[in-house]
Design a protein around this ligand. Structure first.
Ligand code: ACO
Length: 324
């Protein structure tokens, strides 16, 4: 089986910074409530850029960091819950933007676990010999599916995109991957699409508003439990101990979730890379943005082992133990 490495990362955040005090002008909330319950201070909110545009910018940065030609890219896999269109896929739109014309392109839907799922799928394609070079992207304009009147959700999320280039390698760079889903808990975090509406429909469904609805407490409980399970599984499968790991990049949803997981695992909180204070929860992009930021700021250096771990709507979960 082929070995796989991440050879370049990139990310892009919209320029518009929305602070907690700015949200207090829109909904009945305040900076203190948001900071103490979530850890979030500000987030980036698109002033019009759509998912394919921010994803393209992240992709160009990752391709540059990887120092490859776009012609080498065999697959483009995009994780998003907020595509520009039902069709074409976001991945095909990015292909056209960057002219990676040798690539097979498709989107996947795994909510906040999307970056991990894309990493796992890309890794398996390279391991099996089906591809040499794969561009994975997690990108969301979540602001377009938020209910800006619901203070319990609109304060949590932000817009952003992240990309990584995976390549067949002489040495191993992905030591373990793990994914799972539990559809029974799907209604804890949902956003409906359009109902069936054709001349043959017997009973017209009410058109639901396409906005995020969430049972915050249910997600909180699930997230803490599944982060513990995923991290233990990745360490066991890879044969490494927590001491061998330079850092952990968790999905950036809520600081209190990360704190609780750190306690349950008895792993020092300092080991967890956190940037949700600046960007909020960017769903499929969050782990990729944090990885790119940490690598570019030399927090993780070449050869360091880093654990990625996520959870999200579906419900979905998973992680990876990688070398940066
Ligand atoms: N500002 C002020 N008050 C608020 C706000 C707000 N933005 N939002 C809710 N409240 C109020 C509620 O109305 C409630 O008031 P009441 O007691 O008078 O009814 C009170 O604050 C407490 O609300 P809770 O929902 O109990 O607050 P909780 O401490 O559970 O925190 C939160 C809510 C932050 C959403 C938490 O449950 C959480 O973080 N859950 C995890 C969910 C998460 O992170 N989701 C992100 C997406 S999941 C993913 O990434 C897949």
């Amino acid at each position: 089986m082929n070995k796989v490495k991440i050879i370049g990362t990139g990310s892009y955040l919209p320029e518009n910074i929305v602070k907690n005090d700015d949200l207090a002008k829109i909904v009945d909330t305040d900076d203190e409530w948001i900071r103490t319950r979530t850890g979030i201070r500000e987030r980036r909110i698109s002033e019009g850029e759509n998912t394919s545009e921010i994803a393209t910018k992240a992709a160009i940065r990752a391709i540059k960091a990887a120092n490859i030609s776009v012609d080498e890219i065999d697959f483009i896999i995009v994780a998003t819950s907020t595509p520009d269109n039902f069709l074409p896929s976001t991945a095909c739109m990015i292909q056209d933007n960057i002219k990676a014309l040798n690539a097979t392109c498709f989107d996947i839907s795994a909510a906040c676990s999307g970056f991990i799922y894309a990493l796992d799928i890309g890794t398996q394609f390279i391991r099996s010999g089906r591809a040499d070079t794969i561009l994975i992207i997690g990108a969301e304009i979540l602001s377009k599916i938020l209910d800006w009147k619901d203070r319990s959700t609109c304060i949590l999320f932000g817009d952003g995109a992240a990309a990584a280039v995976l390549k067949k390698s002489e040495t191993e760079g992905i030591f373990a991957t793990y994914t799972g889903s539990d559809g029974r808990l799907g209604d804890a975090l949902e956003c409906s699409a359009i109902p069936v509406n054709n001349p043959y429909v017997k009973r017209k469904a009410e058109k639901a508003k396409a906005v995020v609805k969430m049972d915050g407490k249910e997600i909180f409980r699930f997230a803490v439990k599944i982060m513990e399970k995923s991290i233990k599984k990745l360490l066991k499968d890879s044969g490494y101990s927590a001491d061998d790991i330079k850092g952990i990049i968790p999905h950036q949803a809520n600081f209190r979730i990360i704190e609780a997981a750190s306690k349950r695992l008895n792993i020092n909180l300092d080991k967890f890379y956190v940037n949700l204070d600046k960007y909020g929860n960017t769903s499929a992009a969050s782990i990729g943005i944090a990885l790119d930021e940490a690598v570019r700021n030399d927090i993780f250096k070449r050869g360091d082992k880093v654990l990625l771990v996520g959870f999200g709507g579906g419900l979905t979960y998973g992680g990876a133990l990688i070398e940066v």
